[in-house]
Write a protein that binds this ligand. Structure first.
Ligand code: CA
Length: 223
């Protein structure tokens, strides 16, 4: 799972990222709402962990302005009165936690809001016989399960969500790698090559298409 942490206290956000990281939740960090907007625009996130008191505005007002297609949001804030918690949930937060909170509970709540019915994450993603469960990360071709590495699964998820559409390589890289992860020039090609091999082994031959100099797409038919 990949999340965005919006938190202006760098010591706290770094600690959270570390402690969630060991629980399989990778995080990008935004120290303010402007950075959050940029990262949300550039990348794909499974959930947002949102502080409310931020240097360039109020997290709740920002949340109210987000489109319905936004990832689920777990508010993590010092505002802990009953009135504040109710207001947070009524404004659209999918869950609400008061600081200080244990990473173990934050991780559990992130998993919970991600699989909650009604969020798009509960839907099985499909494209031409390939399917991916965004919660369990199970992949299947014609209902036969097969195994993929973590980054290959991330790449497949981006392409399967955009079945038949060419996705620029920069967007795929942004979805696979954290904002502060160094991406070597041929890293994406290596991931694509492993993904293509696994798809081929699973019987989904020729489904991953390369558009030279542009990006990749998923679909039946030849290149
Ligand atoms: Ca704050």
């Amino acid at each position: 799972m990949r999340i965005l942490i919006v938190e202006d206290n760098p010591a706290l956000s770094t600690l959270l990222a570390e402690r969630l990281g060991v629980r399989g939740i990778n995080a990008d960090l935004a120290a303010n709402l402007e950075d959050a907007d940029h990262l949300l625009h550039a990348g794909q996130y499974d959930a947002i962990l949102l502080d409310l008191g931020l240097p360039d505005g109020d997290g709740l007002i920002w949340l109210a302005g987000q489109p319905d297609s936004r990832p689920p949001v777990l508010v993590l804030t010092a505002r802990g009165t009953l009135h504040e918690r109710v207001k947070g949930l009524d404004t659209g937060a999918d869950d609400y936690l008061v600081k200080p909170a244990e990473a173990e509970e934050i991780a559990a709540r992130l998993r919970a809001i991600r699989r909650r019915p009604g969020t798009r994450e509960s839907v099985q993603l499909e494209c031409g016989g390939l399917s991916l469960n965004p919660v369990t990360r199970e992949v299947q071709f014609n209902l036969n399960p097969f195994k993929l590495g973590g980054k290959e699964t991330e790449m497949l998820e981006i392409l399967i969500r955009n079945c038949g559409r060419v996705i620029p390589r920069e967007r795929i890289e942004a979805g696979i790698y954290g904002a502060d992860e160094a991406v070597t020039p041929n890293a994406l090609e290596a991931i694509a090559s492993r993904l293509r091999k696994r798809l081929s082994d699973a019987g989904a031959d020729g489904m991953l298409h390369t558009v030279r100099g542009v990006g990749y797409y998923l679909g039946n038919g030849s290149d």
